[in-house]
Design a binder for this molecule. Structure first.
Ligand code: NAG
Length: 191
C-alpha cells in the first residue's frame, strides 16, 4: 500500500517537473539561444521591461535587444528579482509594465522578416497577456508584423530564454530574435 502511494507520488512529481515552455513560431533565425533563467522559488513574473534601440536613421537598426522579467513574491507581490536571458548591448531599458494584481501568462512577438540586402532587425516588440486577461504591449519598435499568440501558462510565467545574434561589428546587427518562457506549473491551456 505504502509502495503504491509512493509510486503515485513519484509519478505525479515526474509529471509536474516536466518542463513546460511556451513558444511562438515567427521568431527570427539568427544567433544562438541563451540559457533559461528562472525566477527564484516562490516568485513569478508580474512585469516586464524591454531594451530597445530606437531608429538609427541611416545607421544599422537592431530594435529589440533584451527582455527583463520582474519576479514578485506570490504572497506580498513585492519584486524579489529581475531576470534576463541573453541581452544585446544596444538601446535603453523602458519602464516596467505590470500585470495589475496578476502574472504574465502568454506572449506574441512582432518580427520583421529577412531584408536580404536591407537592414535586418528581427524581433521588434512583444505583447504579454496577464492571468487576469489584460494585454500589455511593450514599448518596442514598429517594423514587421505581429505573429500568433503562444499557448498560455495557466498560473503564470517564471522563466525566460532568449535567442540573440551577437554583435556583428560593422555588419548588420539584429540582436534579439526569438524568446520562450517557462510556465510556473505544467497545466497549459490553448489560447
Ligand atoms: C515572500 O514573502 C513572505 C512574507 O513576507 C516571506 O515569508 C517569504 O520568505 C517571501 N518569499 C520570497 C521568495 O521572497
Amino acid at each position: 500500500m505504502l509502495l503504491v502511494a509512493l509510486s503515485v507520488l513519484f509519478l505525479l512529481h515526474v509529471e509536474q517537473s516536466h518542463a513546460s515552455v511556451i513558444v511562438v513560431y515567427n521568431g527570427g533565425p539568427w544567433g544562438p539561444w541563451g540559457t533559461m533563467e528562472m525566477c527564484p522559488e516562490g516568485t513569478k513574473a508580474a512585469g516586464f521591461k524591454l531594451k530597445v534601440e530606437r531608429e538609427q536613421g541611416r545607421g544599422d537598426d537592431s530594435a529589440l535587444n533584451g527582455i527583463s522579467l520582474s519576479c514578485v513574491n506570490t504572497t506580498t507581490f513585492l519584486t524579489v528579482k529581475e531576470i534576463t536571458s541573453s541581452v544585446g548591448p544596444e538601446g535603453d531599458w523602458t519602464d516596467i509594465q505590470w500585470c495589475p494584481g496578476s502574472y504574465l501568462q502568454a506572449f506574441c512577438l512582432r518580427v520583421e522578416g529577412r531584408q536580404d540586402k536591407g537592414d535586418d532587425t528581427a524581433a521588434n516588440n512583444i505583447k504579454f497577456r496577464c492571468t487576469n486577461g489584460i494585454e500589455l504591449e511593450g514599448e518596442g519598435m514598429y517594423w514587421g508584423s505581429w505573429g500568433d499568440w503562444s499557448d498560455s501558462c495557466s498560473s503564470g510565467i517564471d522563466g525566460i530564454l532568449t535567442r540573440l545574434e551577437e554583435d556583428m561589428g560593422n555588419e548588420d546587427d539584429t540582436e534579439l530574435n526569438d524568446a520562450q518562457f517557462h510556465c510556473a506549473d505544467e497545466v497549459r491551456k490553448k489560447y
